[in-house]
Each structure stands twice: as C-alpha cells, then as structure tokens.
Design a protein around this ligand. Structure first.
Ligand code: SF4
Length: 335
C-alpha cells in the first residue's frame, strides 16, 4: 500500500500571510476593481514608499470604493508626491534622540527600542516612512550594545519596543530579547507598539501569549487601530489569551482625513475597542511627515470633534488627544 506523504508546512501562518501580502500596485488596484486611471500616480508614490497590504486586511476594503476608510490608509496616491510646507522627513525628531543604534531616549524614565525596521503593512501617513532603519534599528548584532546602555541607565523603568513593527520578529527572537530585559533590576514594564495583529490576527500565536504572560515585567500591548472595521472577530478572539493573562491592552489611533474624522467613526471606534477589551489610549494629531499632508485635519475641526466626542462618551472611552513636538520630553495635549 502506498501512503500519501503530506507536505509539512513549517512556516507559521502569520509569516505566510506576510510573504503573500499585496506589494504590486497593479495587482492591488485590479483586485479591488478600482479605476485604472489611479495607476500612474499610485506607481509613482509606491516607488518612494512601497505598497504593502496583507490579503486578509485587504478583504476588509469595499470593492470599487475609492473612499473606503481602510483603502485610504494603504493606497499610494499622487498627493504623496507633493512637497508641503511644514512637512519634513523626520517630523518628531527621532534621529536626534538616537543614543546608540536602535535606542531612542526621548522620554523621562522610558526608552524606545527600534527592534525591527519591517512592518506588515505600509500606512501611507506613517511618521517613520522616511526613517533610515538600516542605520538605526537594533538588529541582532547590535542588541548587546542596546542592552548594555539599558543596564547602565538606572533611571529607566520601562522599555518600549517599537519599529517598524517589533512583532515582525519571530517569537524565538523576541522571547530571547525579553528574557535579557527581565533580569535588568531597574526595569518594571515592557510595552510593545504594534499594528501587526490588527492586519494579521494570527500573529498572536500561543508562543507569543506564553512569553507575553510570563516573567516579572508588567506587559502592555499598544495596538494601532484607526477605524472600527479593523476590529474583526478574528482580532478579538486572538486577543483573548493576552487579556486573560493580564496583559494591558491599549490602542492608539491617528486622526486622519477621510478615515476617521467624523463623530460617528470615532464613537464607533471607541465602543468597538472596548468590546474587544482594548482601552482607547491616544488619538494623535497627524505627525507632519512629508507626503502625508492630504491626511491632515485642521485644528479647528479637530477641536470641534474632540468636544463633541467628549460629550458623547464616558470618560474611560475618551482617548487623550495628543500631538508630538520634536525635542519635547512628552507628548503634549493637542489643544
Ligand atoms: S505599522 Fe506603524 S510603523 Fe509600520 S507603516 Fe504603519 S504606522 Fe508606520
């Protein structure tokens, strides 16, 4: 009798989803049945900052709808190529705060570790879209340098893993890094800023839940969700293990024109976050990065929205409206 041998797939589901993400503008426009006239400008913008959208996330986009709030976050468009006054390559002054490769010492008591320069998705408004990751990220061979800096900095109590997206690293590498952080006595908390589970919920593997819920450091996962459509049943389900394991789940959004700049969208977002056991933490005014001016909401309009939102939500569902200024020791109230 001949037994059929099934191929053994070693690649975790989330890595397969990463590898098969849309990166070709023509294919993406075709898949979404969008107007082909968008293509020349989209190709030009993607040459500066490539298109990247996991297929599962692309399924949330309404076909043939150029105004879809998910689509607007990911489709390269001609407006990105315009130079806008007051917009720059490094709007929050990250590069001036890089102490050793991959370590940004911006805030009192906290350190930012650029753990990876890679993301699962390319958000068109990203404030690090021009960031020179190759020069500054804490890659494998440079972790020791970053860890040595953290050991010496006794006034640091919290490490923030940022990127790129730190969860684009494998669980093996992350748990190795976290194990080394756990033994530094003056650290109390580990915070992870990520969008990856939002666009690929399978990223929240059993292995990840294991290292996130173990150890002495208090863990905080800060997700990045801008619209309620992004909170899928899959995402909610995949967060259960972390929620039950005591990980604090927070969200930060960016106020984006054509995505979430209306009262209904903001109320629905806060309500849906809470349903998924995530607390709204920050709502950022747009960081003025070159190529993103078309996402900016004017201050007067933003202030009007903030007041209306405050009048419509209980306090615990109201995110803090903040703005980052290069060189300042903390995010500032937006108004
Ligand atoms: S996931 Fe975050 S870091 Fe990556 S492109 Fe989007 S906003 Fe930027």
């Amino acid at each position: 009798m001949i037994h059929r041998i099934e191929p053994v797939c070693q690649t975790p589901l989330w890595q397969h989803a990463l590898a098969t993400a849309f990166t070709d503008v023509d294919e993406f426009v075709d898949y979404l049945h969008l107007d082909k006239n968008l293509l020349p400008a989209a190709r030009q913008a993607a040459a500066q900052f490539g298109l990247k959208v996991p297929r599962e996330f692309a399924e949330l986009i309404n076909k043939a709808d150029p105004a879809d709030p998910i689509l607007r976050q990911v489709l390269p468009i001609g407006a990105e190529s315009l130079l806008s006054e007051g917009f720059s390559a490094d709007p929050v002054g990250d590069l001036k705060t890089a102490i050793v490769p991959g370590v940004l010492h911006k805030y009192q008591g906290r350190l930012l570790l650029i753990a990876s320069g890679s993301c699962a998705i390319h958000c068109r408004y990203c404030f690090r879209r021009h960031f020179p990751y190759q020069e500054t990220a804490t890659y494998r061979d440079k972790w020791q340098q970053a860890l040595a800096y953290i050991k010496d900095a006794k006034d640091i109590h919290e490490i923030i893993l940022s990127g790129g997206d730190p969860l684009s690293l494998s669980d093996g590498r992350l748990s190795q890094l976290v194990t080394q952080l756990e033994v530094i006595p003056h650290l109390k908390r580990l915070r992870i800023h990520t969008r990856l589970p939002v666009v690929i919920p399978a990223r929240l593997t059993a292995e990840l839940v294991k290292w996130m819920t173990a150890g002495r450091l208090k863990k905080i996962l800060v997700l990045h969700i801008n619209h309620r459509k992004e909170i899928t049943p899959e995402l909610t389900r995949s967060l259960t293990g972390l929620h039950q394991g005591g990980v604090t789940l927070l969200n930060q959004s960016v106020l984006l024109k054509g995505v979430n700049d209306n009262l209904t969208a903001l109320i629905e977002l806060s309500e849906a976050l809470f349903e998924a056991n995530i607390l709204p933490y920050y709502l950022h005014m747009l960081d003025r990065v070159q190529g993103s001016a078309h996402f900016e909401v004017a201050d007067e309009e933003a202030l009007r929205l903030e007041n209306s939102l405050r009048n419509n939500l209980p306090g615990y569902l109201m995110p803090k409206w903040v703005r980052e200024h290069a060189g300042m020791a903390a995010k500032q109230p937006a108004f």
